[in-house]
Design a protein around this ligand. Structure first.
Ligand code: SDX
Length: 376
């Protein structure tokens, strides 16, 4: 029996499997999807093309991309029973709870997409296409507005913005969200993707794997940090107060959301790109308040703790300026990461190995069972 290696709490630095999907160079601060640098993809690609890359391992031809866009546009309709379920949800339910519940329920009405290893590309496309409709409908219903009919002529990013806001987005707004969706599409074995792979490794179905992933992303150490960042900015108020507020939090050993990362030991390349978009959108909207506050916070945290920003530091300011409410930030993260989650599930099916680590037992052994009457 091979002696297990030392316990790596949080599986830190443990190589659990091999994958062709995503490479993170934590020391160099590089992020690569199937060989392509995230900076090139953010500058030149779009969410649909990146989803194709993650699912198939190669960039599509123009015909393949056109076909995928058409297929995704045709998969945006919510089944009537699912719309009824959404309508029955409490108005004040957490959007991530509703999203997790509805994706799980969707499987009941789409049995063809829930056979392990078979129709998974179709299921991957269906989930990627329908998540914007689900989170948009959550927002419309809680505001007493009717669900919106799908707009197949819209790109994925403009459909997501329309589904939430009910208004058309201009080119700059659409591009800003498209870039954010590219940046969030995958990130190797982050907790929610690992949860999806563990689920798939038992030969459970794609919709169950994505339901596992959504439940995992809900945790504040993974999703939701960008919501807390926006709350921090409201607390700080002006750049001049950043030093005082941040230093007081650090003195109380509080975490500053949007900073630090398990893998990146330098700046998260996604933060670099989102910082630029926070400024661009802020200039276009005539509102650089968030950007200026974030720059001030960055300076203090780096000087005091040597920490770098992660993807969550600037994303909230971009979403806020796009009119996306704070409690939909993590559902928007899910609407992008579903491409990565499903790509990893497909890969797990193709090279299946039940994921089952071991634990070092530290409890007692050989205790004698005592009858309950003699236990005091
Ligand atoms: C995402 O895994 C992924 O790839 C996730 C993600 C993805 O795309 O899927 O990148 C998305 O989850 C981004 C991270 C969003 N979360 C936050 O911004 C929350 C704040 N960040 C931290 O909680 C923390 O940095 C983690 C959880 C992100 C990483 O934590 P680690 O690797 O477990 O680091 P750690 O907790 O061991 O901290 C090491 C040291 C500690 O100092 P000491 O106690 O040893 O003196 O760094 C300090 C920590 O206190 N530290 C922070 C800090 N993050 C780490 N101190 C203040 N503020 C922080 N944010």
């Amino acid at each position: 029996m091979v002696e297990p290696a030392d316990v790596q709490k949080g599986l830190e630095d443990v190589i659990a499997l091999e994958s062709r999907i995503c490479y993170i160079d934590g020391k160099g601060g590089r992020l690569i999807y199937d060989g392509y640098d995230i900076r090139d993809l953010a500058a030149n690609s779009n969410f649909e093309e990146v989803a194709y890359l993650l699912w198939y391992g190669r960039l599509p031809t123009s015909t393949q991309l056109a076909e995928l866009k058409q297929r995704l546009a045709g998969l945006r309709e919510l089944p009537a029973p699912v719309l009824r379920l959404l309508t029955a949800m409490p108005r004040d339910a957490l959007p991530m709870d509703v999203l997790r519940t509805v994706v799980s329920a969707l499987a009941v009405y789409e049995p063809d997409e829930t056979k392990p290893g078979e129709a998974s590309i179709g299921g991957a496309q269906r989930l990627s296409a329908i998540l914007p409709a689900i989170l948009g409908t959550i927002h419309r219903l809680r505001n007493g507005l009717p669900a919106l009919a799908p707009r197949p002529e819209l790109s994925h990013a403009s459909w997501l913005l329309y589904a939430i806001r009910g208004t058309d987005s201009n080119e700059l707004e659409t591009r800003a969200l498209d870039v954010a969706l590219i940046l969030h599409a995958d990130h190797e074995l982050n907790a929610s993707t690992f949860a999806a792979r563990v689920t798939a490794s038992t030969l459970s179905d794609l919709y169950s794997a994505v339901t596992s992933a959504i439940g995992t992303l809900k945790g504040p150490l993974h999703g939701g940090a960008n919501e807390r960042v926006m709350e921090l900015l409201e607390e700080i108020g002006t750049p001049e107060k950043a030093e005082e507020v941040v230093r007081a939090k650090l003195a109380r050993h509080e975490r500053i959301m949007g900073f630090g990362h398990r893998v990146y030991k330098v700046e998260d390349p996604r933060a670099t790109i989102l910082r630029e978009w926070s400024k661009r959108i802020g200039e276009a909207k005539g509102n650089l308040r968030y950007y200026d506050l974030l720059r001030a916070v960055e300076g203090v945290v780096h000087r005091e703790k040597g920490l770098y920003p992660n993807v969550d530091l600037y994303s909230g300011s971009v979403y806020t300026l796009l009119g996306i409410p704070k409690d939909l930030f993590t559902p928007v993260f899910a609407a992008s990461r579903v491409a990565g989650w499903t790509a990893h599930v497909l890969e797990e099916y193709q090279d299946l190995r039940l994921i089952r680590p071991t634990a070092r037992y530290v409890g007692p052994v050989d205790l004698v069972y005592s009858p309950i009457g003699s236990r005091g």
